[in-house]
Design a protein around this ligand. Structure first.
Ligand code: ADP
Length: 362
């Protein structure tokens, strides 16, 4: 292998040497011909033989010098950075995504290598974040997947009992449906979050009526607020238009509202308000539920975090992580104020985009 490398290197230098020798010979021949013609000189055999020897020696020396200079240049400016990139690439292949290559001197000669290095570093960073997501995913999701699956298995086994009363059969079948729905929602949320985190979802801004969207989101919970006799208070300014991605924003309202209804006891109150000035639209979703302690409040936007385990079966701890990610992508702000036992208020402040002023909805 080494022997082949040496041959290859020699071959490279030899070709360079021949080219350099050819160029130098041509230049010298031209120089001598022009001098001889201009000065009208005639050469004797002896002159020519002495000059030929000297010229040959010069050609060899100059060409050797060029070859050595080129070899040093290649070693410093091509081989060294290439080796650095190759060795970093090998580390990545072995699974070390923390590797980064130091950029070369800020010099025009290294411009191409520096752009390869910057691409390489970006690639390593992206691969690293995917890897972190994958390991987190395995740790958290395996637990989240196991719970509904084992519940479904139990219900399935119980359904096999002969002569099961209709009432029980329906109860067990409902248990299976509820848990499979929970699994499906978990997987949908994971996929959405994964896409949002890896920037595979690009917001598609459109001009839409935020007031209308909030009312529609709220109405989806009608069945729940009637079931739990929850009072609804709204203070939604009419016709607040915003330039944003409506699909992503509806994800925010649905998650915040679903939490508000989930954590509010029967007979409580959920309030929704929307106000706007020329630049910002502010949405507040409040409830009179169990509230969030200061310690829990520090973690609620983390993936898979569930502060209130009594409602753990109704969620997967991904809702607020999704909400935060969407609000960040929209360059908005989300804050929470809460008092244990009294309730919570989530406030989302969004830029209205190019459109300013209020427009009346039809
Ligand atoms: P989950 O699916 O568990 O609701 P979320 O990410 O939506 O996951 O919320 C994370 C945690 O934040 C919840 O487990 C709960 O402890 C807390 N939380 C969120 N919203 C409220 C709320 N309106 N009232 C009380 N606690 C809340």
């Amino acid at each position: 292998m080494n022997y082949k490398k040496i041959l290859h290197g020699l071959n490279n230098w030899f070709v360079f040497f021949l080219i350099a020798a050819f160029v130098v010979t041509c230049c010298m021949t031209l120089f001598i011909t022009v001098i001889a013609n201009t000065l009208d000189l005639t050469f004797t055999e002896e002159n020519i033989s002495a000059a030929a020897k000297l010229t040959f020696g010069n050609v060899v020396l100059i060409s050797l010098l060029f070859t050595v200079i080129d070899a040093v240049r290649r070693r410093l400016m091509v081989d060294r950075p290439t080796k650095r990139i190759v060795s970093a690439g090998e580390k990545i292949t072995k699974g070390d995504f923390s590797v980064r290559i130091e950029p070369l001197y800020d010099n025009y000669a290294y411009e191409s290598f520096n752009s390869i290095i910057s691409c390489f570093n970006k690639m390593a960073e992206e691969l690293g974040s995917v890897e972190t997501l994958r390991t987190d995913f395995i740790a958290n999701v395996s637990h989240e997947l196991k719970t509904p699956l084992s519940v479904m298995q139990n219900y399935g086994t119980m359904l096999q009992t002969p002569d099961l009363p209709d009432e029980k059969r329906i109860e067990y079948a409902k248990g299976i449906t509820d848990n499979s729905r929970r699994l499906a929602s978990l997987i949908t949320n994971i996929l959405k979050l994964n896409k949002l985190e890896n920037q595979q979802i690009f917001p598609v801004p459109e001009h839409f009526d935020l007031s209308e969207q909030l009312c529609e989101s709220l109405l989806q919970f009608e069945e729940i607020w009637e079931q739990k006799s929850i009072d609804i208070e709204t203070e939604i300014d009419d016709g607040v238009y915003i330039n944003s991605d409506s699909e992503l924003l509806s994800l925010v309202w649905n998650n915040l509202l679903s939490n508000a209804f989930k954590f509010t006891e029967n007979g409580g109150t959920v309030s929704v308000s929307l106000s706007a000035d020329d630049e910002y639209a502010t949405v507040k979703i409040s409830d009179t539920g169990c509230g969030i302690s200061a310690e829990t409040g520090k973690h609620i936007f983390e993936k898979f975090y569930q502060g209130d385990t009594s409602h753990a079966m109704q969620g997967n701890g991904l809702g607020l992580a999704l909400v935060k990610r969407v609000v960040d992508i929209m360059q908005g702000e989300i804050t929470v104020e809460s008092e244990v036992g009294k309730g919570s208020t989530f406030t989302v402040k969004l830029k209205r985009g190019e459109t300013v002023g209020m427009e009346k909805a039809d």
